[in-house]
Every structure is written in structure tokens, then in C-alpha cells.
Design a protein around this ligand. Structure first.
Ligand code: KG4
Ligand code: ZN
Length: 360
């Protein structure tokens, strides 16, 4: 079956076409077009919802047309339309949802509402040898074109979603049984990077910048606190970290490049120590067969290495799955993939944007 996916929950405008067969455990991406207004937000140090939504109104139709151009006759070939209904910014969500409803009505196609957080998990269910059309972003063009053989994801699985808005641990017994175990009580992991980045005058989003700055540093000079690392639950808390960094920055006054590198490294170490420890604790407790990462922060190579190291160190034989970098951050391919495995088809009358949507 062919699914058109649409994602506009935050600042990206994305549309994708996936091909999925019921006998396969992963979907194939035919296109995954992403237009971002990130350059506008970099100047303001964060996303201004009104600016994001206005850009999305401009981009949505060309992005969908570009994504569908891999099909000869989209109206005939598309079986369903998947769209992110939440969580996210209301103005942004409405752009995607109303466009999807309109296409669904005009073409008489079913529509599948998708929770954005499930999308991040399902980025792991996209075949890695997909050939993509992603012409809106030249950097994306080669993504996923390697011919690596895909491993099977086996259940039960633990999934860690680490993005700018969320940090959640979930237990997947199967596609229909996904249980939330815990999440952040305050800032998300990506938010901790972005807020600290602002303190250090780094461009938004700061996660990738901090990863670059931390490269080559070998010593955890500042050893920031590891909040809730040893608590009995599966919760996280990252808001205290920016205060800890602020205190150091105030002490140093005008940090040198080397000091910024050290601060970046120590921040990453603190966040990743907690993420790996809690996720692996859950993996052991529920005796899982796979660990999945997803969300923008999962694009960080140091986080992947930290997981690989811990898994090896503890001699756990649990495979780790991390989507290719460009499928970690927001994209419509992951939304179409999530829709395929949770085919809750409805019609255009029955869906609406829900900015507060979370896990059940
Ligand atoms: O998943 P995403 O694109 O959007 C949300 O759903 O929030 O995640 C964006 C977040 C931002 O906070 C950004 O700083 C972070 O992911 N991020 C990273 C990296 N790339 C993006 N954090 C750490 N290292 C990275 N390489
Ligand atoms: Zn996201």
C-alpha cells in the first residue's frame, strides 16, 4: 500500500510517500521532502510559533507536490493519507491537518491520524536502503542510500524518544501495545541543549553545535549533576542542568573557546549518562529484545556510542536501533511509517489537531 505522510508539528514542513507491504516489517521510503524555517529561528534563538506557521502555509503545497512527484498518478496510487495530529504547536499542526483533510475529501481517501511521538519511534521501521527523493534539502539526498541489511526489530522493545519537546521511555510489547514508562518532569533533553546553547551564545538548535564543540574533549571537567539517575522510576529531569551550567559560566565570566568546548562535553556527558542508565535499566527489567532510539537528540553520535558502550560493557545481547541521522529529526516519512503499523483509518470529518496529545 502507498501512504502519503504529512508532518507540520513544529518548524518543519514535510511530506513523504512510503510503500509498505503487509508481509514486511519495515516500510520503504519513496520520498521524504523536508522544508525548514530553521534559518529564521536561528536568528531569534528559538521558534516563534507564528513565524513557523506562516512559513508552513507557504511550503505545504509545493512540499506535498514534490513528495508525490515520485508517483505516476498520485490520485490513483495513494491508498491513505497520514498526518501528525499532535503534540505540537497549534498553528503548525493545523496547516498539516487541514491540508490532509482537504486532500482526503477531494480524492476520497482514508486519513490516518498519527501521534508525533509514535512517529519518532517508527523512524526505526523504515528500511535503510530506501532510495529517496528529498530535493528540498540537498544535504538529505544521499540519506538512507546505503545497502546495509536491515535487522529485524523484535518485541518486546524499549524505545527512548529524545527530542526538543520530549523525553519519554516506552515499552512496546507489539505494535498495538505501547506503554509509557516515564518521561521528563521538566525540560526535555533537546531543550536542555537548546537552553544551555543560549547561555553560551550558540545558534539554535544548539544540540548539533554542542556535539561538534564536544568533539575531541576527553575530560569531564565540570562533572555536572546527573539528575534522577538512580531513582526507582523511569523519570527524567533536566532543568537543573542549565542552572548548573549558568553558575559555571558566571564564575568564568567570559568563557574561552576551550572552556565552551569543555562545558559542551560535560553537559553531554551528564545528559547521556542519565539517558543510557535509565533506558538500560528498563531494558533489563522488562527483558526486552530490542532497544530503539528516536527524536532529534538520537542524531547525536556520542549518544549512540554511549549506548553501544554500555550494552557491550554489561554484556547484554540486545540490539540497538537508531534511525539514520536525518530520520531522527522531524520528517513525514516516520509519520507515514507509524500510520502503516497502526492503521486506524478514518475519514476527514473525524480528525482534528490536538496540541496536547500524549501517550494514553
Ligand atoms: O525531534 P526534533 O527534530 O523535534 C522535536 O520533535 O522536538 O528534535 C529537535 C531537538 C532540538 O532540541 C535539537 O537541539 C536536538 O533535537 N538535536 C540534537 C542533535 N540534533 C538535533 N541534540 C544533540 N545532538 C544532536 N546532534
Ligand atoms: Zn519531533
Amino acid at each position: 500500500m502507498i501512504i502519503l505522510g504529512i508532518e507540520t508539528s513544529c518548524d518543519e514542513t514535510s511530506a513523504a510517500v512510503v510503500n509498505a507491504s503487509e508481509h514486511e516489517n519495515k516500510v520503504e521510503l519513496l520520498s521524504n521532502v523536508i522544508a525548514t524555517s530553521l534559518a529564521l529561528h536561528a536568528k531569534t534563538g528559538g521558534i516563534i510559533p507564528e513565524v513557523a506557521a506562516r512559513e508552513q502555509v507557504k511550503f505545504i503545497i509545493p512540499v506535498i507536490e514534490e513528495a508525490m512527484s515520485v508517483l505516476k498518478n498520485p490520485q490513483e496510487e495513494i491508498d491513505a493519507i497520514a498526518v501528525t495530529v499532535g503534540p505540537g504547536l497549534i498553528g503548525s499542526l493545523l496547516v498539516g491537518v487541514e491540508t490532509a483533510r482537504t486532500i482526503s475529501y477531494i480524492w476520497n481517501k482514508p486519513i490516518i491520524p498519527v501521534n508525533h511521538l509514535f512517529g519518532h519511534i517508527y523512524a526505526n521501521f523504515i528500511r535503510s536502503n530506501s532510495k529517496l527523493r528529498t530535493s528540498f534539502d540537498p544535504e538529505l539526498r544521499t540519506e538512507g542510500q546505503n545497502s546495509k541489511i536491515d535487522n529485524e526489530i523484535e518485541f518486546p522493545a524499549i524505545a527512548l524518544i529524545v527530542s526538543g519537546g520530549h523525553t519519554d521511555l516506552v515499552l512496546m510489547k507489539n505494535h498495538r501495545d505501547i506503554k509509557w514508562l516515564g518521561g521528563t518532569r521538566d525540560d526535555a533533553a533537546g531543550e536542555a541543549f537548546d537552553k544551555t546553547g543560549r547561555l553560551l551564545n550558540l545558534p539554535y538548535p544548539a544540540g548539533p553545535e554542542i556535539e561538534k564543540l564536544a568533539t575531541g574533549v576527553e575530560k569531564d571537567v565540570y562533572h555536572f549533576p546527573r539528575p534522577l539517575m538512580d531513582s526507582d522510576d523511569f523519570d527524567f529531569s533536566f532543568s537543573g542542568l542549565k542552572t548548573a551550567v549558568l553558575r559555571e559560566v558566571q564564575k568564568i565570566k567570559d568563557p574561552s573557546f576551550d572552556e565552551i568546548k569543555n562545558l559542551s562535553y560535560s553537559l553531554q556527558e551528564a545528559i547521556f549518562a542519565v539517558l543510557t542508565k535509565k533506558t538500560i535499566k528498563a531494558a533489563k527489567e522488562f527483558d526486552v529484545k530490542s532497544i530503539l532510539l528516536g527524536g532529534g537528540v538520537a542524531a547525536n553520535q556520542t549518544l549512540r556510542k554511549a549506548f553501544e558502550f554500555e550494552i557491550r560493557n554489561l554484556k547484554l545481547e540486545i540490539p540497538l536501533f537508531v534511525p539514520p541521522k536525518k530520520l531522527c529529526t522531524d520528517n513525514a516519512g516516520m509519520i507515514a511509517a507509524a500510520a502503516f503499523f497502526n492503521l486506524e483509518k478514518t475519514d476527514w470529518r473525524h480528525i482534528s489537531a490536538n496540541p496536547e496529545l500524549y501517550f494514553d
